[in-house]
Design a protein around this ligand. Structure first.
Ligand SMILES: C=C(CC[C@@H](C)[C@H]1CC[C@H]2C3=CC[C@H]4[C@H](C)[C@@H](O)CC[C@]4(C)[C@H]3CC[C@]12C)C(C)C
Ligand SMILES: C[S@@+](CC[C@H](N)C(=O)[O-])C[C@H]1O[C@@H](n2cnc3c(N)ncnc32)[C@H](O)[C@@H]1O
Length: 365
């Protein structure tokens, strides 16, 4: 009898160990980050909690300084130091949403959404394409592999540059993918130096959309195409509805956004900097499958992750402050899900633009 119990105990322990490695730690094989490797970007271990407090102070600023947007890039940089590793570990190398597609994994649905952007700007071999707000380069690698175009990404966050470059090398795409650290409101690139550009869920961090669109317009060659997936409120949002306002403010606080824009502002802003608008639509609208189910279906996973980050912090493997950041993200996931379910918010309002003029790149198929 004791032997049977012992065998069962050994079997149960083996299953637990396999579960731990396959589900908890093993995710790193696909996503590139293990729970035990959670750092907080370029922030030193002892400064994480202070930086987290500093992040929140942005939302408590007095009214007089709220209109001063010069500190936004620094606040966004702090945010990405805090969240980049958790995003990579818990979501993957592409820091954006995508419509769910029946029969396809999240990974494949993500790739389809990224390839759609590449096809819209007609990315192809020999073109030099700009990725505005590139994160750790998930979209860049998918688009480079799909189109064989040369991609240059820009991100404000130094830590992401290092991560993106390491991933590019590992994927064997470093000969056609490059990443620079810089502010997309004032880019270190010459006028008319790119054949095409895209931005995926990144320009929402700009205090004024016209500033980043103006920069993109400047660095594009005449005739070049630009596509963006924008975070916006939809026509279903009502500013006099308390629940709506609560959801939108929750999204802004948990995602380092200086203020969400309305869907009907985007095309006017693009036109105001000189672009022709070729197409505009909410890619989340049916028949597209809901983008928020991936967030919602993970409740059990969130609790497992919460226990894991708490344990790693207690063991001093992860720095103090990771639990707070993880809790903030958990709350944000709730607000994003409500935004999707109510239909008042979309993270994929697509706008396709063209810089007027003629070029060999943008015009030919
Ligand atoms: C475009 C932006 C980021 C969009 C998404 C990639 C991220 C938004 C919310 C993030 C997450 C929320 C919950 C986390 C969870 C608690 C944790 O256990 C694992 C990671 C999360 C799933 C995390 C992953 C990335 C997001 C979905 C913004 C910033 C403009
Ligand atoms: C949500 S992530 C999306 C990253 C990438 N597009 C993707 O889908 O994986 C937003 C990105 O925009 C970048 N970003 C935000 N503000 C920026 C700024 N002022 N200049 C340059 N990059 C910025 C962030 O550093 C981050 O890489």
């Amino acid at each position: 009898m004791e032997t049977v119990t012992a065998v069962w105990a050994v079997l149960a322990a083996a299953v637990a160990v396999i579960y731990w490695f396959v589900w908890v730690m093993g995710a790193a094989e696909i996503k590139g980050k293990r729970a035990v490797e959670l750092k907080m970007g370029s922030i030193t271990r002892d400064k994480v909690q202070d930086k987290y407090k500093q992040y929140w102070s942005f939302f408590r600023r007095p009214k007089e300084t709220a209109s001063d947007s010069t500190n936004v890039p620094a606040f966004v940089d702090t945010f990405y130091n805090l969240v980049t590793d958790i995003y990579e570990w818990g979501w993957g190398q592409s820091f954006h949403f995508s419509p769910s597609i029946p029969g396809l994994s999240h990974r494949d649905a993500t790739r389809v959404h990224e390839e759609r952007a590449a096809d819209l700007i007609r990315a192809r071999p020999g073109l030099k394409v700009l990725d505005v707000g590139c994160g750790v380069g998930g979209p860049m690698r998918a688009i480079a592999a799909h189109s064989r175009a040369n991609i240059v990404g820009i991100t404000i966050n130094e830590y992401q540059v290092a991560r993106a470059r390491a991933h590019n090398r590992k994927a064997g795409l470093d000969s056609i993918c490059d990443v620079v650290c810089g502010n997309f409101l004032s880019m270190p690139f010459a006028d008319s130096s790119f054949d095409a550009a895209y931005s995926i869920e990144a320009t929402c961090h700009a205090p004024k959309l016209e500033d980043v669109y103006h920069e993109i317009y400047r660095v594009l060659k005449p005739g070049a195409l630009y596509v963006s997936y924008e975070w916006v409120t939809t026509p279903l949002f009502h500013a006099d509805n308390e629940e709506h306002v609560d959801i939108i403010q929750g999204i802004e606080r948990g995602d380092a956004l200086p203020g969400l824009r309305s869907h009907d502002e985007i095309a006017d802003i693009a036109k105001s900097v000189g672009f022709e608008v070729l197409d505009e639509k909410d890619l989340a609208k049916p028949p597209a499958g809901p983008w928020w189910t991936r967030l919602k279906m993970g409740k059990i996973a969130y609790w497992r992750n919460h226990l894991l980050v708490s344990a790693l912090t207690m063991l001093r493997i992860a720095p103090k402050g990771v639990v707070e950041v993880h809790e903030m993200l958990y709350e944000t996931a709730g607000h994003l899900t409500r935004g999707g379910e109510t239909g008042i918010f979309t993270p994929m309002h697509m706008i396709l633009c063209r810089k007027p003029g003629t070029t060999s790149a943008g015009d030919s198929p």
